[in-house]
Design a protein around this ligand. Structure first.
Ligand code: NAP
Length: 277
């Protein structure tokens, strides 16, 4: 399994699994659990969820999927900005732990920036860490100016990732935020890596994939995995999709193939404000 090194030195799988919308529908629940478990069998043991997803339904489903094999997983969850206060984040984390059926999260993220000052959230994260309820903490959807502000906050330099919208059609971070994070060795956790399946139908990507004997999803994920500081977290509630996505780990795009993709999906020519889904 290709890994990405966190600033703490710990290695995590470069390809994980997202879970937004999982657990929302009874009819697809069993397949979603089977898909997550197959993913774990294939080494995609980093699982991303959030208290927001289905208001706890996703965390419950993840808890069921990892039951009996908690130690194999690297569990990531996120706190709502309005819960990210000194006391609120602690209560929210405890609720998440209960739904997940575990005593600790491997990584706990501030889902996006709200009105509660970073200093309070960092204090809460530090308290959760001291209590052994979270191993690491990080952020999500923070643009360069937010990261610069966080960096000046006590505890801010302890973040282990910034989870961001990033894929072949969302390259805006490449000129400003990404280099800033690279200088500080903070990996990107790339969410919506196949643009919620829309990317997989784009003619340019479909043709590229056909030419090079891979599927569109594998091409999109292999493009992210080509860098050593990106963790991609595709969501797949269907086992065929999980198997397909895991195949991206076998692909190393050549410099020529990366150039071809740059022509189809041009990199930005000026900094672009961060987008979120
Ligand atoms: P995504 O992973 O880009 O796309 C998910 C969609 O693509 C699903 O409809 C899935 O279908 C389909 N899919 C996946 N692999 C496929 C394949 N090989 N072939 C065909 N279709 C495939 O979108 P996402 O769910 O928005 O993002 C991934 C994860 O990132 C989320 O689940 C969540 O954990 C996280 N996220 C975080 C934020 C944030 O604000 N921090 C925002 C968005 C997402 P099936 O389910 O039917 O397999």
């Amino acid at each position: 399994m290709k890994t990405v090194t966190l600033p703490s030195g710990e290695k995590v799988p470069a390809l994980g699994q997202g879970t937004w919308n999982m657990g929302d529908t009874h009819a697809t629940r069993a397949e979603e659990i089977a898909a997550l478990q197959l993913g774990m069998d294939l080494g995609l043991t980093l699982i991303d969820t959030a208290e927001m997803y289905g208001e706890g339904k996703s965390e419950e489903l993840v808890g069921e999927a990892i039951a009996g094999r908690r130690d194999e997983a690297f569990l990531v969850s996120k706190v709502y900005p309005h819960n990210a206060s000194r006391k609120g984040a602690i209560v929210a984390c405890e609720r998440s732990l209960k739904r997940l059926g575990t005593d600790r999260l491997d990584l706990y993220l501030l889902h996006w920036r709200g009105t509660i000052p970073f200093s309070e959230t960092m204090e809460a994260f530090a308290a959760l860490q001291s209590a052994g309820k979270i191993r690491h903490y990080g952020v999500s959807n923070l643009d360069l100016n937010d990261m610069q502000e966080l960096w000046k906050t006590s505890g801010g330099k302890g973040v282990k990732t910034n989870q961001l919208l990033h894929n072949l059609t969302r390259r805006g971070i490449e000129l400003d935020l990404l280099p800033w994070m690279q200088e500080r060795k903070i990996p990107v956790m790339a969410y919506s890596p196949v643009e919620q399946a829309r990317l997989l139908k784009q003619r340019g990507l479909v043709d590229f994939a056909k030419r090079h004997g891979m599927t569109p999803a594998q091409a999109a994920l292999a493009w992210l995995l080509a860098r050593d500081d990106v963790i991609a977290i595709p969501k797949a509630g269907d086992r065929k999709h999980v198997q397909d996505n895991a195949g991206a780990l076998e692909i190393r795009l050549s410099a020529g193939q990366l150039l071809e993709l740059d022509k189809i999906f041009p990199p930005p020519t000026a900094p672009v404000p961060l987008a979120m889904l």
